[in-house]
Design a protein around this ligand. Structure first.
Ligand SMILES: C[S@@+](CC[C@H](N)C(=O)[O-])C[C@H]1O[C@@H](n2cnc3c(N)ncnc32)[C@H](O)[C@@H]1O
Length: 188
């Protein structure tokens, strides 16, 4: 991965490399639905996307984007926390899970992903990944709570068993302020 590219672009590339028509995928943080629409496009008519968000306005925005793209039939929207995603899919059944942490752009910046919930959701996501599947996490140090959460996500990934996972972190080191970075974990 080239860390000078935007982490959201890198995340799409990581996911595109593994996602196939008919797969199941999860958008853990639907927000405005950019990742949801990307996943829905990739899984094709026979695939399924689960899209989670705790904010009703985010679910509405994501649904509008997906329906405008004619992809609504492929997505189940779940107004709830991503740490319960294992209630909605079978273990080892999902090809990709995408997280884009932080707050809903244009919404209430006080409603953010939180370290404890994020780590619980990452463990749930890992249990759902099938062999060859990938989870991506775009982390945002630099906002209140974001430093701690980003460091915790990186530490979580580095603590995974390398015999079972391929772990990569794409982070710029040439910027004055901490930049967003991508953590990607592929299940072997
Ligand atoms: C940076 S935005 C996601 C942007 C989105 N991926 C897009 O393409 O527009 C982060 C989202 O995470 C949501 N969020 C925060 N905590 C959450 C949780 N526990 N479960 C699910 N979503 C959560 C927020 O409501 C917000 O919409």
């Amino acid at each position: 991965m080239n860390p000078s590219e935007r982490p959201t672009v890198l995340a799409h590339r990581e996911v595109a490399a593994v996602l196939r028509p008919g797969d199941w995928a999860i958008d853990a943080t639907a927000g405005n639905g950019h990742d949801t629409a990307f996943l829905a496009e990739r899984v094709g008519e026979s695939g399924k996307v689960l899209a989670f968000d705790i904010q009703a306005e985010a679910i509405a925005a994501a649904r509008a984007r997906v329906e405008a793209a004619g992809l609504g039939g492929r997505v189940d929207f779940i107004h709830g926390s991503h740490d319960r995603m294992a209630d909605h899919a079978a273990p080892a059944s999902v090809a990709a899970v995408m997280f884009n942490l932080g707050y809903f752009p244009g919404g209430d910046h006080a409603v953010i992903t939180r370290t404890a919930g994020t780590l619980a959701a990452l463990e749930a996501a890992r249990s759902l990944l099938k062999s060859g599947g990938v989870l991506t996490v775009v982390c945002y140090p630099g906002h209140p709570g974001g430093d701690e959460e980003s460091a915790a996500v990186a530490a979580w990934s580095e603590g995974l068993d390398a015999a079972d996972h391929v772990i990569s972190i794409a982070r710029r080191s040439d910027t004055m302020r901490p930049s967003p970075f991508l953590v990607a974990v592929r299940r072997r």
